[in-house]
Design a binder for this molecule. Structure first.
Ligand code: NSS
Length: 431
């Protein structure tokens, strides 16, 4: 008997097939018993009819409990009323393992209860949909870079130089070489690579010992970072805009039904078209003050400020040229206002906050060295990075897009923890 996946069951209409999966739910109605079986690709309703099968097979219904593993064999029959449009009229049921007292029942559970059982919660249909969307978003991101001739550069996770800020470092002893830090960013390495290849990107896990307890922060998250030689601050925003539009368009084209099943309102996503508004930090502060915020020039924007600002626009918005004090050491000073840097954030609509952090890089040896010293970073760990300003230095720019925040925004998931299979926060290292 061919073993098939539920996703492609329609190709086997009228034939006898085997589906291998797990019991999602069951119910009985008169002489008929229904098993709802999931196999990771979909759900199929399976019918046990007493009049056409052996009593042993019929009675397997009784011992099968939620999440028991089983192989079911039967004839595929088109049925418009069935979820997915097909049913299986079973001739055989092979029980692989009976799951006793599966802890996640269809009733409501608290999030902490579910997160403690994340290894099981992944089987729920909503969680599967979110993670399949994550899969599609990753594919779209990679396709964008590939189609636009960016070279993928895998950057190290164990690093000797601090990528962003000493405040949120995870470190470990590294043999007799002192401390190694878990990468906060691959940026410094893609900066080296963009001089070799022109346009490059990296995509991997990054780590920050964030004390923040917000719904937007993880301690381990995935970031995709583009870096382009001979691109300035404005060229940089053009690439970010194109990437975000490309990803949202792809998801709307391929995953509408999945988004709708999550209850996602599609209209804000339909708005994600070029051009995105580009406003200066100065203007952002004025807008916030007008809205009653106590924020002062020089302050970083908080999560709430980002939401208020984003609500002024119907699509993502760029905020650029922040005061240099609230941003990292590697950014190019803004020639029009040296108190600020040539950087930008991209804020997602609907309160999802910053999804991209970006900047033109400081390509001048002396002022970069001065900034490294000012930040009290160990100069010797940056010698290789400073070399890039000695040998063929050029204007260059790049950005980092946080994958989980992007997934949460596109899926309309309020808390970032559901957008990664096994979230890590200050409170969670389990499972
Ligand atoms: O700190 S960033 O703003 N920028 C960088 O790391 C640069 N080195 C990127 C670059 O220019 N190559 O982080 C970038 C994005 C940010 O906009 C968020 O979307 C995401 O990374 N991010 C996070 N997501 C989840 N949790 C935490 N803690 C987090 N921190 C940043």
């Amino acid at each position: 008997m061919p073993a098939v996946y539920v996703k492609e069951i329609g190709k086997f209409n009228g034939q006898e097939v085997t589906v291998r999966g797990w019991l999602y739910n069951k119910r009985s109605s008169g002489k008929i018993r229904f098993l709802l079986v999931r196999d990771g690709t979909g759900l199929i309703q399976c019918v046990l009819d007493r009049s056409s099968i052996s009593p042993e097979v019929f009675d397997s219904y009784e011992k099968l409990s939620q999440e028991s593993s089983l192989m079911v064999t039967g004839k595929v029959r088109e049925d418009k009323r069935a979820p997915g449009g097909y049913e299986l009229n079973l001739s055989d049921v092979e029980v692989v393992q009976v799951a006793i007292d599966y802890p996640i029942s269809p009733k409501e559970h608290g999030v902490e209860f579910l997160m403690d059982r994340r290894h099981l919660w992944l089987r729920s249909s909503r969680q599967q949909t979110i993670l399949k969307l994550r899969n599609e978003i990753i594919k779209a991101i990679r396709d964008y870079f590939y189609e636009n001739d960016f070279i993928l550069i895998d950057t190290p996770i164990l690093t000797g130089s601090i990528g962003e800020t000493a405040a949120t470092l995870f470190s470990t002893e590294y043999f007799n070489l002192g401390k190694a830090y878990l990468a906060q960013t691959g940026q410094l390495y893609v900066e080296a690579a963009c001089v070799a290849f022109g346009k490059v990107y990296c995509f991997g896990p990054t780590f920050r010992a964030e004390k923040s307890k917000t719904r937007r922060h993880l301690t381990e998250f995935w970031m995709v970072e583009g870096e382009m030689a001979y691109y300035d601050h404005n060229d940089n925003m053009d690439v970010q805009e194109e990437l975000v539009v490309y990803v949202v368009e792809r998801i709307l084209e391929k995953k509408r039904a999945e988004l709708e099943s999550l209850g996602r309102d599609l209209s804000p996503l339909e708005n994600v078209k070029k051009p995105f508004a580009r406003i200066l930090y100065d203007e952002a502060i004025k807008i916030l003050q007008k809205k009653g915020s106590k924020i002062q020039w020089g302050d970083d924007l908080g999560g709430e400020d980002e939401t208020v600002l984003a609500n002024e626009f119907d699509r993502p918005v760029f905020i650029s040229c922040y005061p240099k004090e609230v941003k990292a050491f590697y950014m190019k000073p803004n020639p029009d206002d040296p108190r600020t840097s040539l950087c930008n954030d991209l804020l997602a609509p609907e309160g999802y906050g910053e999804i991209i952090g970006a900047s033109q890089r400081n390509d001048d040896y002396d002022s970069l060295l001065a900034r490294i010293k000012e930040e009290k970073l160990p100069v010797d760990a940056y010698e290789w990075y400073l070399d890039l300003r000695k040998y063929g230095s050029v204007p260059h720019s790049g950005f980092g897009l946080g994958l989980e925040r992007t997934v949460a925004w596109i899926c309309g998931v309020k808390h970032i923890r559901e957008s990664i299979p096994f979230p890590r926060t200050i409170y969670r290292l389990y499972p």
